[in-house]
Design a protein around this ligand. Sequence first.
Ligand SMILES: *[C@@H]1O[C@H](CO)[C@@H](O)[C@H](O)[C@H]1NC(C)=O
Ligand SMILES: *[C@@H]1O[C@H](CO)[C@@H](O)[C@H](O)[C@H]1NC(C)=O
Length: 995
Amino acid sequence: MMSIICNMSLAILIVIAFSCYNSILAAPAPSKQSEASALLYSGWWSPSVTDNTTLPHCAWPGVLCDASGSVEGIRLPYGYQIGGNFSNMNFSLLPSLTLLNFSYNGLAGKIPLQICTLSRLTYLDLSSNSLIGNGSIPPELGNLERLNTLNLTFNLLNGAVPPTIGRLHNLRSLIFRSNNLSGSIPLELGNLAKMNVVDLSFNNFIAPIPSSIRNLTSLTNLNLQRNQLGGSIPPEIWNFTSLTDLDLQENQLGGSIPPEIGKLRSLTDLYLQGNQLGGSIPPEIRNLTSLTSLHLQGNQLGGSIPPEIGNLTSLTSLHLQGNQLSGSIPPEIGNLTSLTSLFLQENQIGGSIPPEIGNLTSLTDLFLEGNQLGGSIPPEIGNLTSLTDLFLEGNQLGGSIPPEIGNLRSLTYLILEGNQLCGSIPPEIGNLRSLIGLYLEENQLGGSIPPEIGNLRSLTDLYLDGNQLGGSIPSEIGNLRSLTYLYLQENQIGGSIPLKIGNLTSLTDLFLEGNQLGGSIPPEIGNLRSLTYLYLQENQLGGSIPLKIGNLMNLTYLILEGNQLGGSIPPEIGNLRSLIGLYLEENQLGGSIPPEIWNLRSLTYLYLEGNQLDLNQFHETQDPRRRSSVIHFMMVFISLAAICCIVVGSGFLFRRATKTKQPETIEKNGNFLSIWNYDGRIAYEDIIDATEDFDLKYCIGIGGYGSVYRARLPNGKVVALKKLHHFEAEDPSFDKSFQNEVKHLTEVRHRSIIKLHGFCLHKRCMFLVYEYMENGSLFGVLRDDVEAVELDWSRRVDLVRDTTHALSYMHHDCAWPIIHRDISSNNILLNSKMQAFVSDFGTARLLDHDFSSNFITNIAGTYGYIAPELAYTLVVTEKCDVYSFGVVAMETMMGEHPGDIISILLTSSGEDIMLHKILDRRLPFPRENSVARSIVLIVSLALACLSANPKSRPTMKQVSEAFLARKSPLAKPFHEISLAQLRYVNRSRLEGEST
Ligand SMILES: *[C@@H]1O[C@H](CO)[C@@H](O)[C@H](O)[C@H]1NC(C)=O
Ligand SMILES: *[C@@H]1O[C@H](CO)[C@@H](O)[C@H](O)[C@H]1NC(C)=O
């Protein structure tokens, strides 16, 4: 018979296979041939397997046969992309089949109904596929009554879980983790009394946990984390004495933790963080002696930490931060010798740090910041030699820093800022060779900076400002080659600035102001090519400004006011092309103002008063044409009465002094052409000539409002012309209001907003005249692999920061707040240096010509950037811009539109995503600390901006201020940060701000 079959055609084989099957019904033993043919016809195995005559079907990949040679299971190997291909598998020919595992096999569409007929199945794993569809768990699944394990994790299943699930009486493991399931957890779950493992985490389940759960008394693992479960934790859960893992984190559970928790003696992991639990931590917790992780952070727990916690000697992580705990840290905490992380920060804990903390020798992370801890830092802390992060800032710790701290040789961050520490900085601090960040600012530390600080070769952040440090800056500081931030301001440091400072070539921020520094500014400062902030004001610096300062091409603020600087202003200052603020007032500078200053196109603040400058030549450079075309936007303050204030531009918030402003004369050219603030010589004809009457060969882009042309004017200047599609220029009242509107827009002057030079309103055509940007749009740059790499991390960070400032300015600092309405990567333009400028501000409003309201009459905005609320409301608020900005910021970090990530985040379902996984892979992994921090900041702000609820979004002002604030060090290594954590951080930060 065997040889005959082998020679037969396939069609005949099938007939025989079916006839064999009929005989199975009578005879218990399944036929090997029919099983082989069922597998063959499924099409799941490739011909290279099925055609190999030396391979029996029991040896095919993933086929499991029992001792008698019957197929009892199919566990398809990883990556067998069988898709939706089930119709060719005749399961009825596999009567012994009890196990099916299709994880990672590319299953798509709905769960195949054929599977639901396999009533003999005990194990079904469809995890890690793309199963989807509305109401996508079929009720028929309830037929699989012998099922012991059902694993549907990592799919896209949505809709509610059908009640028929309650028929699976033999089920022990139910794993639905990471889908989009919604509705409430079905009551019928309570029928499944044999259940050991229930994992419904990372879905959208709502409502309270049903009390029918009381029947699941054999549960060992219950994981409901990251849903939207409300109500309180059903009391029956506290009777599950077999429970080892209980994870209810990130829901909306209220109520309190009852004393009955003490019954869960088998518990090893308890995660209740991110809920709304109140009350206090019950002392009965002492019974949970197997507990290794106790995470209760981010709730509203009050009372004090019960001393009984000292019984939990297996604990490795104890996280109670972000609650309202008071009282003091119980000394019994010293019994928890297995502890590696102890997080008690952001509570109201008082008393002092118990010396017993020194017993926790396995500790790597100790976070106690933001409490009311007093007393002094116990010397026993020096025993914690595994410690990498010690955060004690924002308490009321006094006394001096114990020298024993020098034993903590693994320490990377030591943060003691904002306490009342006194005494001097112990020289032993020089032993902390792994230190990256040292934050001792805002204390009362005296003495001088120990030279041993020069041993900290890994240090990038050194903050000692706001103390009473004296002596001079040790020249050993020049050894800190990795240093990016050096903050020594507001102390009493004397001597002169050491020449070795020129070695700190990674430095971006140098703040030495408010000390007693004398001598002159060393020319070596010109080596600090990365420097963006140089603050030396309010010292006693003499000599003249070194010429080498002209090398600091990245400098944005140069603040030298209130010293005794003499000589004249070096023309080299004209090289500082990134300069925004130049503050030289109250010195003894003489000579004339070098004309090179007018090269500084980014300069916004120029303060020169209180010197002995010769201003005659300055008068001469006030040639109005030159001023308006060269000086972009500048405020100049000079103490001379005659020109006490020369303000070019208007509508800007004065930062330091309010002085009278004189808006520039408005020049008009003909009835239909109005070009303001330009050189007054552009004529309609010039533009028509330059573009050969808008010939397509000059067209560089087409957008929603019109086409953009590049025009080289007779004077050589290149401008961009936006020719608008269509206009109702007939209506004279429209004319008037339109002109007003454009006039306002031409007055908007911000260094990161594209300058609108003017417009032409003509029956035949209508166009706006803008500054020309060489590198086109952010969208275009991100799509081009070469340009995208050129737009490196630090340029991207700058781009987002500049955009933030521009939007904040438009929303909050203009006398006439403007909502953009169409922020997208198409509207962020880049100049030749890849600096960002926001374009098209106000255009939407202009084109709406209902200038007084915020109702959209035309839908403005670009698909993929429009705030979700605009689907149901027509009111545009600045929060719509905030949302669109969030998209652009994410896009800049990811290198592409964030797409699905937004919806995953908005629904707060789905698996958590690691930050580094979403970053643009065309750029190198961001290792440099300051860049990594900026990325973390940007992504966390972007996530806040993407909140579905406009009220939860920050304002652009808050976002822009966050960039100005000092970046706090990363609490974890960059590659361990996830988006969910950033959302959490953010929520607490913004909530913190509003209180
Ligand atoms: C057939 O299977 C045998 C046993 O696994 C293997 O050694 C042989 O290489 C296979 N032949 C082909 C042509 O793939
Ligand atoms: C369920 O599937 C996931 C993903 O394929 C796997 O990691 C997990 O171990 C499975 N769980 C059980 C209990 O089978």
